[in-house]
Structure formats: structure tokens, C-alpha cells
Write a protein that binds this ligand. Structure first.
Ligand SMILES: Nc1ncnc2c1ncn2[C@@H]1O[C@H](COP(=O)(O)OP(=O)(O)OP(=O)(O)O)[C@@H](O)[C@H]1O
Ligand SMILES: [Mg+2]
Length: 275
């Protein structure tokens, strides 16, 4: 499948309801810009001034200790959590503006969670075609044809009529990814999508992500799989207590981390045999 970047919605530089932030001058279209995002739960600050930018086709991995705020950041970007302050821009359009259409934003940003959240009473095919039909108004036939194409691409063609409980965890997670892709999102958020899987099933899901990266999908991925992050990420961000403490190319972050906290975190990962 070739990506149809920007096939729906606003253009790549400025949207109707928000002003595009000043360009970085590198000529690459910006897919996502997170600006000064703060978020607390009760009295506990969880995100403390996050700034983050993804160019189109970037694959950015968020790493950091449990509780550092990775999931919260993804949920804020997808507007599943309201921000306390700050702004988020998708392709130049401010999606956190009071006038932004939340449902339209969620159509453009796919999110896949650790727990696959497939509809248990529906076949694989029905899981994948539901949103394109209901939300995008696609005909059953068109949605079905596209779903079959996607299932085929990810080695699931023979599972189309099965119900989720007949599939392995890895297969269910791949269906969850296909379901998100069926909406042709401009950006895909992946939250620890391999954490619930047995080690032998992790590889098949990571291969799907590699294939998506090759196809040019823009992705922001929270992961504990450091080897995978090193392998796939155009950039790695180390999140510590709600702050992006350090970011850079994977090779740099993993072999020459500047910050003591990053060094400590990676040391623990190495000791646990996970890098
Ligand atoms: N809905 C919520 N209500 C209250 N506190 C929350 C809520 N969601 C997250 N938190 C708290 O915010 C902090 C950050 O959580 P978050 O899930 O973003 O961390 P994480 O980096 O994704 O961790 P993990 O690696 O374990 O997934 C944690 O202290 C968590 O308890
Ligand atoms: Mg998390």
C-alpha cells in the first residue's frame, strides 16, 4: 500500500483554524508539533512542559521509566486527555484549539494500545471495516476490499472470518494495527504494543511496524523494546518525570547519552538484559 499522505483534511503547512508555527527551514513537512504541554492528575504533575516535533515519515520512540508520562503524552496528543496548558498542531492545524473538531482529529490520528481492544463479538473483517463504514461513510464493499488488502499485507488474510478469541496475541495486535490503518491516519500513536505479548510473538508485531516505517507512516511510539527503538527510530526521546530530558538519533542516545538520568535508565535496561 502506498501512503496517501495528506489525502484528507488540511494541507501540510497550514490549516484553516490554526496558524502554522514558524518553520524550521529544513523543507520537510511537519506532521506533529507539541508545544509547552503541561498535564497534572490532581496535584501530581505528569507532563511538565513537553515540546516535540515530528516531520512527516518520522518514527519517534518515547522511552523512559514506568510513570514518566509516555502514555499520558500519547493520550494528550489524541485528545483523550485534556491539556492543562500548551498546544498541539497536526500538519500545522491547532487541534487543541477550542474550535477544533475532536472527532475529525481522532480520525486522523490512529492509536493502538497494549491491550488490543478488538470487538470480541465481531469477526476480524468486521472489526476492520466498522469505522471506515460508520465514521468515513465508506461502502461496505469498498471498506471490505481495502480491509482484505491490509490483512493480506500483514499476513492475516486467512483470519478474516475468525473471531478475536481464535487468534494469538500477536495476531490480535496486528489486527488492531490494521484496524487503525484502515482509517488512513496521518499519524499513528503506538503505546507499548508488544508489552502484553509472549516474547516469540513480539517479533511479528515489530515486523509490522518496520513495514509501516518503510511505507512512510509517521509514528510516535512508546516502547520498552530498546533494541527495536534503536533499529527503527529516526529519533529517540527520553522522558523523565514528565520532561523530555534528552533526544537525538538512536545511535547517539543509546551509545553516548549525555544526561546522568538517561545513563542510569539505560544502565538498568542493560543490566536487565533488555538492550
Ligand atoms: N487517569 C489518571 N488518573 C490519575 N493518575 C494518572 C492517570 N493516568 C496516569 N496517571 C499517572 O500519571 C503518571 C504517568 O503515567 P503514564 O501512564 O503516562 O506513564 P508511562 O510512562 O506510560 O508508564 P509505563 O511505562 O508504565 O506505561 C503515573 O504516575 C500515573 O499513575
Ligand atoms: Mg504507558
Amino acid at each position: 500500500m502506498s501512503r496517501t499522505t495528506g489525502s484528507r483534511g488540511v494541507g501540510t503547512t497550514a490549516g484553516p483554524s490554526g496558524q502554522a508555527p514558524a518553520g524550521s527551514g529544513n523543507g520537510q513537512a511537519r506532521a506533529l508539533r507539541v508545544e509547552g504541554v503541561w498535564k497534572s492528575f490532581g496535584a501530581t504533575p505528569v507532563l511538565r512542559g513537553i515540546d516535540l516535533e515530528l516531520a512527516e515519515h518520522d518514527v519517534v520512540c518515547l522511552i523512559g521509566a514506568s510513570g514518566s508520562g509516555k502514555s499520558t503524552l500519547l493520550r494528550c496528543i489524541n485528545l483523550l486527555e485534556p491539556l492543562d496548558s500548551g498546544r498541539v498542531f497536526l500538519e500545522g492545524e491547532e487541534i487543541t484549539a477550542p474550535t477544533a473538531d475532536v472527532n475529525r482529529v481522532r480520525r486522523r490520528i490512529g492509536i493502538v494500545f497494549q491491550s488490543f481492544n478488538l470487538f470480541p463479538h465481531m469477526s476480524v473483517l468486521a472489526n476492520v471495516t466498522l469505522a471506515p463504514c460508520k465514521v468515513l461513510g465508506m461502502s461496505q464493499r469498498e471498506a471490505g476490499e481495502r480491509a482484505v488488502g491490509l490483512l493480506d499485507r500483514f499476513g492475516l488474510a486467512d483470519k478474516r472470518d475468525d473471531f478475536p478469541d481464535r487468534l494469538s496475541g500477536g495476531q490480535q495486535q496486528r489486527v488492531a494495527i490494521v484496524r487503525a490503518l484502515a482509517m488512513e491516519p496521518d499519524l499513528l500513536l503506538l503505546d507499548e504494543i508488544t508489552s502484553a505479548l509472549d516474547p516469540e510473538l513480539v517479533a511479528e508485531v515489530l515486523n509490522v511496524i518496520r513495514e509501516l516505517a518503510r511505507g512512510g507512516m509517521t509514528m510516535l511510539i512508546a516502547t520498552h523494546e530498546m533494541g527495536f527503538a534503536r533499529d527503527i527510530a529516526t529519533r529517540v526521546c527520553f522522558l523523565d518525570a514528565g520532561v523530555i530530558l534528552e533526544q537525538g538519533p538512536a545511535a547517539e542516545i543509546f551509545s553516548r547519552p549525555r544526561e546522568a538520568r538517561t545513563q542510569q535508565f539505560l544502565q538498568r535496561i542493560v543490566e536487565a538484559g533488555r538492550l
